[in-house]
Design a protein around this ligand. Structure first.
Ligand code: SF4
Ligand code: SF4
Length: 378
C-alpha cells in the first residue's frame, strides 16, 4: 500500500466527506438506516440517514430499537438485513424471451450489472459472511458472474464493533469483532477529549487513496488505545457463545439421531426466516412467468430455503418431509458439511437466525444441548 496507509482520525465532517467522495466516484452509497422500527440497509444520502443515537436490543425471537443517551453513529449490532440483499439479491431476472412474429422469438440474457456499491458500516462477521459467499458464488463449481461483477465493483467501509448485540457470537466463530481483511476502509468509533471521532484504517489501495483525500489528522497512540479498548469491550460482552466451535462438525455428524432433533422440530415452524436472515445462506430456485397474451416470458432466480418441502422435491416427493429432517439439514450444513464442501464454516456468528426466529430457536443452545449430553462427544 501507498504512503497513506497510516491510520487517521476523521470527525463527523470527515465521514460526510467520505460519503460525498464515494458518491462523486460513481458509487451507490448504502448503509444502515432506521425504518419500520428496525435498523436496515438502504441507500443513504448522508450521515443524517444513519441511525444516529439509536441502538438495538436483541434476544431469541426478540428485536427492539431503543434511543441511546449519546449521538453514536454505529452504536448497534446487525439487523434483519445483510449485504447479500445487494450482492446476491432475493430475486433477479436471468433471461427474457419475446415473440417476434409467427414462430419466431428472441431470448435475451439479463446483462451483467454495472452498478458499483459502497457499503458503509460492514461488521467483521459480515465481512466473513461475504468471504463465505465468495467461496460459493465465485470460487465454487458454478460461478455466478452477476455476483462476481457486483463484488468486484464494491467498496467496503467496515466498522469495528464497540458493543456486542444480545445474540452475537463472532468471538466463538473467530470472525470478529474487529475487521481483519476484506475491506477498503475500516472505522472505529471513539470518544476523545475533543469529542466523537472515527479512527480510519485503509485495507486496500483504493481505501488508502480515498482516505488521503479526506480532512483528517494522524492517529495518536491514545486514539489507538481507545479504539482497541472499544473492540475489547465488544469481545468481552458477546451475547452468546458457541460451545467448542472447532469440534462442532464432528459432534453433529456423530449425533444425527440425537433426541434433541425431535425437541427442536417440535418448536420449529419451518418458516425459513433463519435462512432469509442468514448472510451466508445462498440457495435459490428458479421461476418462469409469461404475459397473458403469450408474447413475452421471463425466467428468474429467487432465494429459496431448505425449510420448504419444495426445496427437496424430487420425482414425486420431498426427500426431507419432516421439520426434524429440515432443521437437521440446515444446522448440519451450516456447521458441519459446509466445511467439507467449502473449507469453511457456514456460520459467522452474527446471531440473526436467533433474533429473527419467531419462536426463538437458538443455534448455540441447540449445539450446547447436544454437546452436554453424556456420551455425545467422541
Ligand atoms: S447461522 Fe445464524 S448466526 Fe450463523 S451466520 Fe447464519 S444467521 Fe448468523
Ligand atoms: S428455526 Fe425458527 S426461523 Fe428457522 S425455520 Fe424454524 S421457526 Fe423458522
Amino acid at each position: 500500500m501507498a504512503e497513506h496507509d497510516q491510520p487517521a482520525v476523521l470527525t463527523r465532517d470527515g465521514l460526510e466527506a467520505l460519503l460525498g467522495a464515494l458518491r462523486a466516484g460513481g458509487y451507490r452509497v448504502c448503509g444502515p438506516t432506521l425504518r419500520d422500527q428496525a435498523i436496515v440497509y438502504d441507500e443513504i444520502d448522508g450521515i443524517d440517514d444513519l441511525p444516529v443515537g439509536w441502538t438495538d436490543e436483541q434476544d431469541g425471537g426478540h428485536y427492539r430499537v431503543k434511543r441511546r443517551d449519546d449521538d453514536a453513529l454505529f452504536g448497534y449490532a446487525v439487523g434483519p438485513h445483510s449485504w447479500k440483499k445487494y450482492l446476491h439479491p432475493p430475486r433477479r431476472a436471468l433471461w427474457h424471451a419475446k415473440r417476434e412474429g409467427e414462430g419466431a422469438f428472441t431470448v435475451e440474457a439479463e446483462p451483467v450489472p454495472s452498478v458499483r456499491y459502497a457499503f458503509i458500516g460492514v461488521r467483521a462477521c459480515e465481512l466473513a459472511a461475504i468471504a463465505v459467499q465468495d467461496r460459493v458464488l465465485i470460487d465454487g463449481a458454478y460461478p455466478d458472474n452477476h455476483y462476481r461483477a457486483l463484488r468486484e465493483g464494491a467498496f467496503i467501509v467496515a466498522v469495528n464493533c464497540g458493543e456486542a448485540g444480545g445474540t452475537c457470537f463472532c468471538v466463538s466463530m473467530d470472525t470478529g469483532p474487529k475487521a481483519r481483511s476484506g475491506f477498503d476502509l475500516s472505522l472505529t468509533e471513539i470518544v476523545t477529549d475533543t469529542g466523537r471521532a472515527y479512527l480510519a484504517e485503509a485495507g486496500s489501495d483504493d481505501g488508502a487513496a480515498i482516505l488521503a483525500l479526506l480532512p483528517s489528522r494522524p492517529a495518536t497512540n491514545a486514539d489507538r488505545g481507545i479504539a482497541d479498548a472499544a473492540v475489547a469491550n465488544a469481545a468481552a460482552h458477546m451475547g452468546r457463545t458457541m460451545e467448542d466451535a472447532k469440534g462442532v462438525r464432528d459432534l453433529l455428524l456423530a449425533n444425527l439421531e440425537h433426541p434433541r432433533w425431535d425437541d427442536v422440530a417440535a418448536r420449529c415452524l419451518s418458516c425459513g426466516n433463519c435462512t432469509m436472515a442468514c448472510p451466508t445462506c445462498f440457495c435459490t430456485t428458479s421461476e418462469d412467468d409469461s404475459d397473458v397474451a403469450g408474447a413475452e416470458a421471463g425466467h428468474s432466480q429467487r432465494w429459496d430455503s431448505c425449510f420448504t418441502l419444495d426445496f427437496s422435491y424430487i420425482h414425486g416427493g420431498s426427500v426431507r418431509n419432516s421439520p426434524k429432517s429440515r432443521y437437521r439439514q440446515w444446522m448440519t450444513h451450516k456447521l458441519a458439511t459446509w466445511w467439507d464442501q467449502f473449507g469453511t464454516s457456514g456460520c459467522v456468528g452474527c446471531g440473526r437466525c436467533i433474533t429473527w426466529c419467531p419462536v426463538g430457536i437458538d443455534i448455540t443452545e441447540e449445539v450446547r444441548a447436544i454437546h452436554t449430553t453424556p456420551g455425545a462427544t467422541a
